[in-house]
Design a protein around this ligand. Structure first.
Ligand SMILES: Nc1ncnc2c1ncn2[C@@H]1O[C@H](COP(=O)(O)OP(=O)(O)O)[C@@H](O)[C@H]1O
Ligand SMILES: [Mg+2]
Length: 208
C-alpha cells in the first residue's frame, strides 16, 4: 500500500497549524485514515531536537549546526512516523518538511542550495511529498498574527529581511515544482482559505 504525503509550508503565521487541523478533520470525516505530524519534531528524539533549535537562548547556533539538527530530526521522523504510516496507506499531514529546509537554510541563512539538496536527499532517500500546500502571506502580516502567541521562539525573532528571503525561497520552489506545490494565498478568512485548500486536495485525489 502507498499512502499520501501532504505537507504544509509557509512563513510564520501563514496559517499552517490552523489549516492543517481543518483539513485533517475534513479528511477524517470522509473516512481517510489521517496521521498528523510536524517538523522539527514528530518523535521523542525530534522534539528534543526541536527545543534545541527553537530555544531563544541559543542565539549563537551556527547555520550548519541548525541545518544538521533539522536533518537529524527528519531522519528520525521518517523512520518512526512518516514511512510506516505511508506503508500502511495512511494520509500523512505534515507541518513543514524538506521545502522548509531549502527556504530557511538556503534562502534565509544563505547555505548552498545545491548542498542542501544533496545532503537532504541522503536523509529522505528521495522521498518527496505528493502534494505541498504553500500558504503564502505578506511576512509582516504573518508575523503580526503571531502577536497573540504565548511563546515567541528564536526564529520568530529573526529580522524581517530573513523572513522575506524565506518567502522568496518558497515561491521559487513553487515555480520549479508547479505540479507538487500549490500556492494558497492566506490573507483571507480562515474558512475561505480552508475551501481553497480542500479544492487543491480534491484535485490531488482526483488525479490518479
Ligand atoms: N486566515 C486567518 N486570518 C486571521 N488570523 C489567522 C488566520 N489563520 C490563522 N490565524 C491566526 O494567526 C495565528 C497564526 O496562525 P497559525 O495557524 O499558527 O500559523 P503558522 O502555523 O503558519 O505559524 C494564530 O493565532 C491563528 O489563530
Ligand atoms: Mg504553526
Amino acid at each position: 500500500m502507498k499512502g499520501h504525503f501532504i505537507t504544509f509550508e509557509g512563513v510564520e503565521g501563514s496559517g499552517k497549524t490552523t489549516q492543517m487541523a481543518i483539513l485533517g478533520h475534513a479528511l477524517e470525516t470522509r473516512g481517510y485514515p489521517v496521521v498528523r505530524t510536524r517538523e522539527p519534531g514528530g518523535t521523542k528524539i525530534g522534539d528534543a531536537i526541536r527545543s534545541l533549535i527553537l530555544d531563544s537562548k541559543n542565539q549563537m547556533m551556527d547555520a550548519k549546526t541548525e541545518f544538521l539538527l533539522y536533518l537529524a530530526s527528519r531522519a528520525q521522523h521518517l523512520k518512526e512516523v512518516i514511512l510506516p504510516a505511508l506503508a500502511e496507506g495512511k494520509v500523512v499531514l505534515c507541518d513543514r518538511f524538506a521545502d522548509a529546509t531549502y527556504a530557511y537554510q538556503g534562502y534565509g541563512r544563505g547555505l548552498s542550495k545545491r548542498e542542501i539538496e544533496l545532503i537532504g536527499r541522503f536523509v529522505t532517500g528521495g522521498l518527496s511529498p505528493d502534494l505541498t500546500l504553500l500558504l503564502d502571506i505578506d511576512v509582516k502580516k504573518g508575523l503580526a498574527r503571531l502577536k497573540g502567541r504565548e511563546e515567541i521562539n528564536r526564529l520568530d525573532q529573526e529580522a524581517l529581511q530573513f523572513h522575506e528571503s524565506v518567502r522568496k525561497g518558497y515561491l521559487n520552489l513553487a515555480k520549479r515544482n508547479p505540479r507538487r506545490i500549490r500556492v494558497i494565498r492566506t490573507d483571507a478568512g480562515v474558512e475561505e482559505i480552508a475551501k481553497k485548500i480542500k479544492e487543491a486536495v480534491d484535485d490531488y485525489f482526483r488525479v490518479p
